[in-house]
Design a protein around this ligand. Structure first.
Ligand code: ADP
Ligand code: MG
Length: 371
């Protein structure tokens, strides 16, 4: 018989109430060693509150926090933050201004013989070896971020919590620093729980995304799965612009610019939302000017007129007014292509790339799209 070792970080049933509102509501999740979990959600959804509870600077009203199976917080236990073996890194880096880079990194380490060696190794790892004697005000934002990371990792925490750790950096620097941070974290084997409100950042960094809304985790999974199989319209819309086809069921099907979609089991009058990401609409050059030629995979092509086309560099965003019902649909296409306003074109849609939701007694439920 094999025994699975407990995850590095594991929280179960965490609830935190402020006033009459559960800001964190019954959240359970786990992160393993060497894994990066990302709490993703709009501002105010409870991400930082959850992180503060895990760090031990706040106490939950209900639930348990465990590190490698050991209880850190529950109804009776509250291990103080400094005894949790959890590293913290925040948006403002919070470096000590009166200490050098090396002193900042060594701050949390005992005065052991190997302290200097550990600091030197971390300086190396974050590529700041020449900066040991500099002070924080002499560093750029990116350099400060790397020092903050080294400082958080210095005591070899089993768990690292990062709250919007890249939001203080300018865009171009950010991508580079995210990648560097990720490879350092992977090399250290730390279990990381990171907070962000930016989906691109979560997709770039996370092994596992925990999508939060109003204090709850509404969906969890690898970036690929969560992007391609959203639980509801809001989850789809959080990751990209979306097109929405709003329709009502008639005789177990709904009518769309792309033909009829089957909705087996849904009563007449049920409202159905078909969600399509702009990159999943294809401008059908093959059929340009010719009539519809439906295929099983692509369904029925639909005719629209270019209402607006904007060149965005790598891609162009083209908005179409559909002949079928006058609705507007957005498509992103490679940036080499920029059609003229008013041009009539055929659009096609792979039905397996559509998300079909319907409102029902059990709230919003995913149904399979069919042709
Ligand atoms: P996020 O990090 O996702 O932006 P927070 O966890 O910081 O969100 O906050 C979630 C909600 O809880 C916000 O509405 C915030 O105003 C509220 N909140 C956070 N801390 C407290 C507190 N100590 N007292 C009352 N309300 C709080
Ligand atoms: Mg926050």
């Amino acid at each position: 018989m094999t025994t699975l070792s407990p995850p590095r970080l594991d929280v179960a049933g965490i609830t935190r109430v402020f006033g009459a509102r559960a800001v964190v509501a019954d959240v359970s999740m786990a992160v393993g060693a060497g894994e990066l979990g990302c709490l993703l959600g709009p501002s105010g959804c409870g991400k930082s509150t959850l992180l503060r509870i895990i760090a031990g600077v706040d106490r939950p009203d209900a639930g348990t926090v465990r590190a490698a199976g050991r209880v850190l917080s529950d109804d009776t236990v509250h291990v103080p933050p400094e005894a949790r073996g959890i590293g913290l890194m925040f948006q403002d880096f919070a470096l000590f201004p009166h200490l050098t880079v090396a002193q900042n990194i060594g701050f949390g380490l005992p005065r052991a013989r190997d302290r200097a060696a550990r600091v030197a190794r971390l300086l190396d790892r974050v590529e700041m070896a020449g900066f040991a004697d500099k002070y924080p005000h002499e560093l750029s934002g990116g350099e400060q971020q790397r020092v903050a990371l080294a400082r958080a990792l210095a005591p070899r925490p089993g768990i690292l919590l990062m709250d919007e750790p890249f939001s203080g950096l300018d865009n171009r620097l950010r991508d580079e620093i995210r990648d560097a941070t990720l490879s350092i974290l992977k090399a250290e084997g730390t279990a990381v729980l990171m907070v962000t409100h930016e989906p691109e950042e979560a997709m770039r960094m996370a092994d596992q995304i925990l999508l939060m809304r109003n204090g709850r985790i509404v969906q969890r999974g690898a970036p690929y799965n969560i992007y391609n199989n959203p639980v509801d319209r809001a989850a789809a819309a959080f990751f990209s612009d979306i097109n929405l086809i709003d329709a009502r069921v008639r005789s177990m099907q709904v009518d769309t610019p792309f033909g009829l979609f089957l909705t087996p089991g849904l009563a007449d009058g049920t409202r159905v939302e078909i969600v399509i990401r702009p990159q999943h609409l294809r401008i059908d050059f093959d059929r340009d000017g010719r009539g519809p030629n439906p295929t099983v995979e692509e369904g029925t092509p639909a005719r629209g007129r270019v209402e607006r086309a904007r060149f965005l560099g790598g891609e162009s965003l083209v908005e179409f007014r559909m002949e079928h019902d006058g609705s507007m649909l957005k498509a992103t296409v490679p940036g080499v292509f920029l059609p003229a306003q008013g041009k009539p074109m055929w659009l096609s849609l792979r039905r397996d790339r559509c998300f079909v939701f319907h409102e029902g007694p059990e709230d919003t439920v995913r149904v399979r799209s069919a042709s």
